[in-house]
Design a protein around this ligand. Sequence first.
Ligand code: ARG
Length: 466
Amino acid sequence: MDDSKASNQMWGGRFASGPAAIMEAINASIGFDRKLYAQDIRGSLAHSEMLAKTGIISAADQEKIAHGLNTILKEIEEGRFEFSTRLEDIHMNIEARLAELIGPAAGRLHTARSRNDQVAVDFRLWVKDELFRVAEALKGLIAAFLERAEEHAATVMPGFTHLQTAQPVTFGHHCMAYVEMFSRDLSRVRDALARLDESPLGAAALAGTGFPIDRHMTARALGFREPTRNSLDSVSDRDYALEFLSLAAICATHLSRLAEEIVIWSTPQFGFVRLSDSFSTGSSIMPQKKNPDAAELVRAKTGRVNGHLIGLLTVMKGLPLTYSKDMQEDKEAVFDAAETLDLMLAAMTGMVRDMTVNEAAMKKAAGSGYSTATDLADWLVRRLGLPFREAHHVTGRAVALAESKKAGLEKLSLEELRSIHPGIEDDVFSVLTVQNSVKSRSSFGGTAPAEVRKQVRYWKKRLAKA
Ligand code: ARG
């Protein structure tokens, strides 16, 4: 018999001939859903054990099924398994091989189950594993930032708004801003895990089944908290994939902002950091160059991750309940976003760990651009009782005077300052240095080195418990 003309052996009972080649090509998902093989076999093992325990299939058949599935697992892991496009997807590839290995007993595995709940449980298991991977990677990145923050709690640098010098801050404080961001990403991972933790297995095609299955048993066996509560929703829900993509997009966006800062900081014009040789590249024509390629690629790959979120939202938005084949398009988006995010997190952790901080360049920049102007205004309020608006005005005139002399505020003489406001006294100079400026910002969450160290301690303790 010409195999290409044969109807599908899994669902071809009412079909006279096989699909057109184009149909086969558009229909098949085996090219990408083979990634789910381990989850598919886990799900089938749990399902068959439950079927035997409830007396739906015999113990002898279950034993054969389990043996066959474990053989297949080994074949796939050792690269000896032959995947076939004609068999569409991972579920049918495995089931067909099971039939080859154990004969008719294989046909009993699919009792009280459909590919609709099967793919839903496989995919949930996969996303769950990936969420654990992301959590670990985030913890590594946060730990790297905590190290740098502790080391640089008192290293001054300019703080920016509009990328214009605003007020002096510490590099440690800047690092801790990223600790906050990535900790929120971590908490989003945990939220997603809690909502995902339900087993759809046993929802069958869409309506449940008349067989006396035990969904609590399979849920437990697969490590889920409980079974899902509505069979229609069970096979049509892809929220866990969307939530993964959303948190991945937010996290990638954070990584991209950090990448952008690293690109700026590592220019010779800024010179705040030097990337290690292992995370930069040279130019084939300009020998002096050291390029931040890894940071640039992290920034660029964010586009892919964000795109996948919009892609799947768009796939889902028009679908009536319950399952539609459109949903097969969920996998490539999630797999690619996961692989990309894992790589971005690893690269960024390496860069943060290895980069050299140029304290002198940061300090020099921190003092330029009249960054302590607000400190002068605050001094006028505190010492002379000026309303802040008036102090702001007086300070503006001092900045204009300094600017006309092409000097910093601290370089003005007492007489010059007094010509702007007669009440100014000698101790004003103590607030015009960047060190004193950052030290004075000791409000909760402020940039003072003591406050930064306090925040480092807080997060270290909190992460040790996580
Ligand atoms: N490969 C399919 C998917 O990923 C499996 C489910 C197929 N179900 C069906 N009724 N055709 O969505």
